[in-house]
Design a protein around this ligand. Structure first.
Ligand SMILES: Nc1nc2c(c(=O)[nH]1)N[C@H]1C(S)=C(S)[C@@H](COP(=O)(O)OP(=O)(O)OC[C@H]3O[C@@H](n4cnc5c(=O)[nH]c(N)nc54)[C@H](O)[C@@H]3O)O[C@H]1N2
Ligand SMILES: Nc1nc2c(c(=O)[nH]1)N[C@H]1C(S)=C(S)[C@@H](COP(=O)(O)OP(=O)(O)OC[C@H]3O[C@@H](n4cnc5c(=O)[nH]c(N)nc54)[C@H](O)[C@@H]3O)O[C@H]1N2
Ligand code: SF4
Ligand SMILES: [Mo]
Length: 678
């Protein structure tokens, strides 16, 4: 679709190379056409071979965010009621002094812990988070934030089993003879994987997709297992059982490279193919075929996504899925093993800042609503939001909004655009986008690191995170003389600190590589980063902390009143809620025809999707692309794109996953009724 930013100016155009740091696995290399200092067109470049010259439609339209009507251009303070979005422009100096003053008062009156910094991966780059911001919070002694809204359960599983060993990159997919896409929809969430999967299929590889929806990849698969959300743990355990029971477990590998195979086998024992299929709502023959295909194929590769983690059993699901290649003996060959987040592969996290851990209160970000409305020891008095849009993206939206409405809460929102959260701010600070500054874009699908360069001047008075956090630190007297205090300083400092030749390579525009290369073979080039270098199939400490133990299944939260599982996966239109400000005519609830028939609903009906926490009003899309008993809304909706100003997160309980304290987005259980009859 052509961009709505028209080339109005004329004159010579130039192309600037940069990289996309958004929260997407691919970290594309970009070629941005600039004319008279304005972004004209954004496209993929060939610098990164995985990008291969093309990018997603959403970032092609990123210029509409940069110059759009929602862009924040200057600091402002609230004038009207909270949430009304009425602000008065103020100079940066006044805004920052106000914030510094409120920080000092909060610390004096209710203690540093009454300040809650709140952030996630808005721009996922190394310069926009975990540096001067972290220093500010740590040195001022604020509450700490457990960043758990995403990847906490899969991260906990990957850490426990393999110490986050680097995993199979996109380029190695064509070597696989079997690819399992488990709870991942790369057609939306990491589009550059698709050609590599297609290439593998062309060379004869089989494809299995495990997903309650019939995604494009599921339709192209040899076997599609449309699991009931939240049941992956038992499906994976049934495959383990099949491997053990039929002589497919790799005993030599288990002996030499793993610990804890015995207890894993015991936990898998009750899950026969029949039992697991019944619970997960699958055809047992299909499940057995999938187990057999996995057992007998090599190289066999599992791409574990994040769709399977967003429920009460998410951690154990990731444990059971990620343990499969160890039991099945799938490592040691190119195209075999697993893919999970590769973000830890560079081993460079936060090495450039003072990382002394304070012991202040740790707040789980999934409990924001609770923290704002219930915490008393001390209550949250100052909330500082950046890189995040919690009014749209975290569980229990109504409670979050109730918290943000508190008159005695001082909220700072540091943002690029007037988000649902920024509307509730007492002070808004305008942030640059990645096209207006430097950043390190680190892929978490492929193993790739690139330096994003400034393409155009900062729009309006917007400033980068590093500059603003550096200035806040300086105003509060928290930095020593030789520490970096802004974006350029910090970039140079990081380039100097990066291990090996990485910094030099980035300076010179060469693609850097970690010591084990850009396409490591698991158990040849890389090994588990666990203390004994073995796969820990049964981490005792997790068995103790998980509510029902390791590899346990906790029952579905559905009730007679709210029988439908509501899921909210990534859509092509936004990255989480980023770009959600652009007009969006297509917000619909997807429902299976049998569920619609049972409720007397037809395609195009206006419906209410509701439970005890809230309700969403939207049109209905009836299609067999989703399993019976499950309905779906897109993730990352802005409130204004839904008729009643409420999005899917309003229906999500703030319960936590079994491991890692993650969000249970897909544990929302709802009923759907026609709006006319409601
Ligand atoms: N276009 C786009 N790209 C994105 C993002 C985006 O919002 N938009 N977000 C980025 C981010 S932050 C992330 S974390 C990744 C996420 O990317 P993915 O790993 O693809 O995660 P999801 O989109 O949450 O869900 C993936 C699939 O899991 C299915 N699913 C839901 N519940 C279950 C379940 O219980 N079991 C199984 N097996 N499948 C289930 C969904 O139907 C969906 O098709 O994508 C990143 N890329
Ligand atoms: N219903 C439902 N909700 C979900 C999920 C789901 O599956 N279902 N998935 C969740 C997932 S996977 C994730 S990762 C979370 C993400 O949720 P969030 O962390 O809230 O991510 P975004 O919605 O992208 O919001 C990031 C914000 O940061 C801002 N930003 C970007 N770069 C910068 C910068 O350099 N400086 C500053 N100050 N701001 C910047 C952007 O403008 C944007 O508004 O959403 C979760 N929400
Ligand atoms: S969002 Fe993902 S696919 Fe789109 S340009 Fe950025 S890295 Fe590439
Ligand atoms: Mo995410």
């Amino acid at each position: 679709m052509p961009s709505r930013i028209a080339p109005v100016l004329g004159g010579p155009a130039s192309i600037v190379e940069t990289a996309c740091p958004l929260d997407c696995p691919d970290a594309c290399s970009l070629a941005v056409t600039v004319q008279r200092g304005r972004v004209l067109e954004i496209d993929g470049s060939h610098k990164n071979p995985v990008t291969g010259g093309y990018i997603c439609a959403k970032v092609r339209k990123f210029g509409e965010r940069v110059y759009g009507p929602d862009r924040l251009l200057y600091p402002a303070v609230r004038r009207g009621a909270k949430g009304a979005g009425q602000f008065k422009r103020v100079p940066w100096d006044e805004a920052l002094e106000l914030i510094v003053d409120r920080f000092r008062c909060a610390k004096r009156d209710t203690g540093g812990e009454s300040i809650l910094p709140y952030s996630y991966g808005g721009s996922n780059g190394l310069l926009t988070q975990d540096n001067l911001d972290a220093q500010l919070w740590c040195r001022f002694g604020t509450s700490r934030l457990a960043r758990t809204v995403c990847a906490a359960p899969t991260g906990a599983a990957n850490l426990a089993l393999y110490g986050k060993m680097p995993s199979v990159t996109y380029q190695d997919y064509p070597d696989a003879k079997l690819i399992v896409l488990w709870g991942v929809n790369p057609s939306a969430s990491g589009i550059h994987l698709i050609p590599f999967v297609r290439e593998a299929q062309k060379r004869g590889a089989k494809l299995i997709v495990v997903d309650p929806r019939s995604t494009a990849m599921a339709r192209a698969a040899d076997i599609h297992l449309p699991v009931q959300p939240g049941t992956d743990v038992v499906v994976a355990l049934a495959i383990h059982r099949y491997l053990f029971a039929n002589g497919f477990a790799d005993e030599a590998f288990l002996r030499d490279h793993t610990r804890g195979a015995g207890p894993l086998r015991e936990r898998a024992e009750p899950w026969t193919i029949t039992e697991a299929a019944a619970l997960a709502g699958l055809d047992p023959e299909m499940l057995e075929r999938a187990a057999d295909l996995y057992a007998t194929s090599s190289p066999a590769l599992i791409r574990c996504g994040w769709g399977l983690e967003r429920n009460r059993n998410g951690g154990n699901a990731a444990m059971a899925v990620l343990a499969l290649p160890a039991v099945g003996g799938k490592f040691g060959v190119r195209g075999g093993g697993y893919s999970m987040s590769n973000s830890a592969s560079w081993n460079i996290d936060r090495s450039w800042i003072d990382s002394s851990e304070p012991s202040t209160r740790l707040v789980n970000m999934n409990h924001l609503g609770r923290a704002l409305t219930e915490y008393t020891d001390p209550p949250v008095k100052v909330l500082f939001v950046y890189n995040c849009n919690p009014a749209a993206t975290v569980p229990d939206q109504k409670r979050v909004l109730r918290g943000l409405e508190r008159e005695d809460l001082f909220t700072v929102v540091f943002e690029q655009v007037m988000t649902d959260t920024a509307l509730y701010a007492d002070v808004v600070l305008p942030a640059t986008t990645f096209l207006e500054g430097y950043d390190f874009a680190r892929a978490y699908g492929p193993i790739h690191l690139d330096l994003g360069r400034q393409v155009v001047d900062a729009v309006g008075e917007s400033r980068s995170n590093a500059d603003v956090f550096g200035e806040l630190c300086t105003r509060l007297g928290l930095l020593t003389e030789h520490e970096p205090a802004g974006e350029l300083d910090l970039m140079v400092h990081i380039l100097d600190q990066l291990p090996g030749t990485i910094g030099n390579d980035l300076r010179n525009g060469r693609p850097p590589a970690p010591p084990f290369g850009l396409a490591p073979i698991q158990f040849v080039d890389v090994f588990p980063n666990t203390p004994d270098r073995k796969v820990n199939l049964f981490a005792r400490e997790l068995d103790e902390t998980a509510p029902a133990g390791l590899y346990a299944y906790q029952p579905d939260p559905a009730t007679d009143r709210y029988p439908l599982a509501l899921i909210s996966p990534a859509s092509e239109r936004t990255v989480s809620s980023t770009l959600g400000e652009l007009p969006r005519p297509d917000v619909k609830l997807l429902m299976n025809p049998d569920d619609a028939l049972e409720r007397g609903l037809v395609d195009g009906d206006y419906v209410r999707v509701f439970n005890a926490l809230g309700e969403v009003h939207c049109p209905l899309h009836v299609a067999p692309m989703i399993r019976r008993g499950t309905v779906s809304l897109p993730k990352g909706l802005w409130r204004r794109s839904v008729r009643n100003n409420t999005t899917g997160t309003a229906l999500v309980p703030d319960t936590l996953t079994d491991l890692g304290g993650g969000a249970c987005f897909n544990d929302a259980r709802v009923q759907v009724a026609s709006l006319a009859t409601a």
